[in-house]
Design a protein around this ligand. Structure first.
Ligand code: SAM
Length: 527
């Protein structure tokens, strides 16, 4: 394993190997960057992404959002691996594809799951390189014994059998299964700046980064280059942590997800009883005065959560009628809605159902809008609104996300990549609203100047992108180009230049955005 010189491998009791900083890193700085050792696009994106550089060949509808290449073409032999240029094709051919191409061609038109292709790529590594790679994999955790007791283990065995057979490896099935378990424990997904997950990657040094629900680092991608970036100042010798799970979930759900997927009980600063502190991700509210209270305490050694025995609101004295089961009952109501499991809105009926459930939950007044399970379902409704050109609802939901969820949620400082993705989506919707000539028809009673809002959001995005992706990233370039195009088209060159030289405050951007905020709050009351 070639460990970047900015980090040192260290063994930590209870969590195994981890990476520590070899020097001080200021907040927002890059810790290191590297190309992962192996990566594979996800099945859904295979024909829309360059398998080598991971540039996104966008359909017209997507093109506003993602960095674009003109188009991708498929490998003439297997017809299931796509590239944006011959150069990329050649690079991938030499690195991996020449050994897997025949196999994929035989399997066509079926394409194995991306995890199986990744496993095959590893099994097919030739000669000396293979020896080095396998010995770097040696110490990684597989959790194979934990996995044996899970429902999915049979599927893993079937996948391993497939990879063993296709690749013709001489390794035993048991070894291949263990390798797959290592991949499952140590691989990471590849997000675009828009937060679409387009692939899976595996790298023996990145795998060493441990988890915290209060991380000090984040992984982002610029094409096929991975960057580990500090989101807080990190001192020399301090361990580097990223987050493995949806970090917006409340503590019991995070713990459960980590236990099921990664087989450990999280004792980070956000989960540990000794350091348990107010955390908006966990908040419940007093239904009378709206004061937030912390519902959980935890015995993290056994992984058992204990609910705080709440009898009355410490602020207004409201006596909870269902004390001492207040928290349990709220949790029960959340579970009954099934909202926590909503990640995609598949059809109109589902959209209506989700809206109805959101409404019922909101009416209870005990769960804040910035907390799960409001976040995911609301975010999933946004693409649905875009698809149906329901701009009133889209702007209501985006306003809630921008003002009431992203700003309040802990762990989401303004430089969090997901916040940039949300801002980008806001920009896209405002663009549609303006370009469709829908401006005047959208929320006329609030007299919002959507051009002003769009302009301000783009300026904010431009300011924040370098903190997340570094200077001169493709994402920044893309936003700038898009922004210039819109500015020129919508305002004319003279006006556009005037805007560029003014501050957001002078432009009244905040005033216009405030109108969206007011609308979003009204929207909430009407949900
Ligand atoms: C991607 S690996 C990280 C490297 C790992 N520590 C190793 O030695 O191979 C993920 C595994 O590391 C362990 N791990 C990661 N973060 C942890 C944490 N905060 N506490 C305890 N174990 C952790 C878990 O066993 C998890 O399945």
């Amino acid at each position: 394993m070639d460990l970047p010189e900015e980090v040192i491998k260290k063994d930590f009791p209870g969590r195994g190997n981890g990476l520590v900083a070899a020097k001080n890193f200021p907040a927002y700085s890059e810790i290191f960057r590297k190309m992962p050792e192996v990566w594979v696009p996800d099945s859904d994106y295979r024909s829309r992404i360059c398998a080598n550089c991971l540039l996104f060949a966008a359909a017209t509808g997507d093109s506003i959002q993602a960095g674009t290449v003109a188009k991708v073409f498929s490998c003439g032999k297997c017809r299931s691996t796509y590239y944006c240029s011959q150069e990329c094709q050649l690079q991938d051919w030499k690195a991996y594809h020449k050994r897997e191409c025949k196999i994929l061609a035989t399997l066509a038109p079926q394409v194995p799951p991306s995890t199986v292709i990744l496993l095959m790529r590893i099994l097919l590594i030739p000669g000396n390189k293979r020896q080095r790679f396998y010995s770097a994999m040696e110490t990684l955790r597989s959790h194979i014994d934990d996995r044996r007791n899970t429902e999915d283990f049979e599927t893993s065995v079937v996948m391993s059998k497939g990879a063993k057979e296709y690749s013709g490896t001489e390794l035993t099935l048991e070894t291949v299964v263990e390798m797959l378990c290592k991949i499952m424990t140590n691989s990471f997904s590849i997000p675009l700046p828009t937060y679409d997950i387009v692939g899976i990657m595996f790298d023996t040094s990145i795998s060493l980064i441990n988890h915290s629900c209060d991380p000090n680092a984040v992984i982002v991608f610029e094409k096929n280059v991975l960057m580990v970036r500090a989101v807080r100042p990190i001192r020399k010798g301090e361990e580097i942590y990223i987050t493995y799970t949806d970090n917006t979930m409340p503590m019991p759900r995070r713990k459960k997800a980590l236990r099921t997927q990664y087989f450990f009980d999280c004792q980070c600063t956000a989960c540990c009883p000794a350091s348990l502190r107010p955390d908006p991700r966990n908040d419940f509210l007093c239904p009378t005065c709206g004061t937030a209270f912390q519902p959980y305490s935890t015995n993290s050694h056994t992984g058992v959560q204990l609910y705080t025995d709440i009898q009355e609101c410490s602020s207004c004295g409201y006596e909870f009628p269902d004390s001492p089961n207040v928290v349990y009952n709220i949790e029960h109501k959340i579970a009954n809605t099934g909202l926590a499991e909503v990640f995609d809105i598949e059809n109109d009926r589902m959209a209506r159902e989700v809206l109805l459930k959101l409404k019922e939950l909101y009416k209870l007044k005990t769960i804040p809008i910035y907390r799960s399970p409001f976040i995911e379902p609301m975010a999933s409704l946004i693409p649905y609104c875009i698809k149906h050109a329901d701009w009133n609802m889209a702007i209501g939901l985006l306003g809630i996300e921008y003002f009431m969820q992203d700003e309040v949620r802990s762990q989401l400082p303004e430089y969090a990549p997901v916040r940039l993705a949300h801002m980008m989506r806001f920009v896209v919707v405002l663009l549609y609203v303006i370009l469709d000539g829908e401006c005047s028809k959208t929320l006329p009673q609030y007299s919002i100047d959507f051009r002003e809002c769009l302009w301000g959001l783009v300026v904010e995005l431009e300011r924040l992108i370098p903190t997340v992706y570094g200077e001169n990233s493709a994402f920044e370039k893309h936003v700038r180009e898009k922004f210039k195009h819109v500015m020129l088209k919508q305002m004319g060159p003279v006006l556009a230049r005037m805007h560029m030289n003014s501050t957001l405050e002078k432009l009244g951007w905040y005033k216009e955005m405030d109108k969206i905020k007011t609308y979003a709050m009204d929207f909430l009351d009407r949900v």
